[in-house]
Design a protein around this ligand. Structure first.
Ligand code: AMP
Length: 215
């Protein structure tokens, strides 16, 4: 099974991808996670990406395609994969098409998560992450709040708000999504690959995707 998860930041792509990984025994490829890892490790890619990410801007397509060419060729991708947060622009989608053709692979579906904007803003601005790099537990003031304010339940380290989860940056990420990524909905619809699921919570959205995939 080879899938793309499309949806605004905070629509639940990461959570739903993890559920699909369990269900279909395939790997999740999150460009956001790969980039955050590169920033933390201080690699050349990380140093190039860091400023864009802090502002909530997209990292240049050339950097992303370099990462994806390498990642999709790795052996754990052979049984299938879920792309989470990639492609994010039409040029990335076109380059992905060329890359898959070169690897003789075909996509099964593109799942578009349609989640109301007010749910997304509340979810993203309420997120708090453990500052301990070896813990990184995630909490949410709207739902999964920590037992003690500002303190990680798992390891007791201070919780922080990621720079790109502050309200002004969240709004700019959503504007970038509307301008640069939302056109992919039409792009994949014209290829006959699009399925849209609508809702607020990740579990029912996941169940709807599984039903629509029929596998
Ligand atoms: P995410 O965790 O998917 O929301 O990604 C966090 C940040 O990483 C984004 O706001 C972008 O700055 C960058 N990023 C992740 N994936 C991509 C991509 N496919 N193209 C460009 N920038 C990306």
């Amino acid at each position: 099974m080879r899938l793309i998860l499309l949806g605004a930041p905070g629509s639940g792509k990461g959570t739903i991808a993890k559920m699909l990984v369990e269900k279909y025994s395939i790997v999740q490829i999150s460009t956001g996670d790969i980039l955050r890892g590169a920033v933390a490790a201080g690699t050349p890619v990380g140093r190039e990406a860091e400023a864009y990410m802090k502002r909530g801007d997209l990292v240049p397509d050339s950097v992303i395609m370099g990462i994806m060419e390498e990642r999709l060729g790795e052996p754990d991708c052979a049984p299938g994969f879920i792309l989470d947060g990639f492609p994010r622009t039409i040029p990335q989608a076109e380059a992905l098409g060329g890359l898959l053709e070169k690897l003789s692979l075909k996509l099964d579906a593109v799942c578009n998560l349609d989640v109301p904007e007010e749910v997304i803003i509340k979810r993203l601005t309420g997120r708090r992450t453990c500052s301990n790099p070896s813990c990184q537990a995630i909490f949410n003031l709207d739902g999964k709040a920590p037992k003690k304010e500002g303190v990680c339940d798992s390891c007791g380290s201070p919780l922080v708000q990621r720079d790109d989860e502050k309200e002004d940056v969240v709004r700019s990420r959503l504007a970038t999504y509307a301008g640069k990524t939302a056109p992919l909905i039409g792009f994949y619809d014209r290829k006959g690959l699009l399925m849209t699921v609508s809702g607020r919570e990740s579990k029912p959205l996941f169940e709807e995707i599984v039903k629509k995939l029929g596998a």
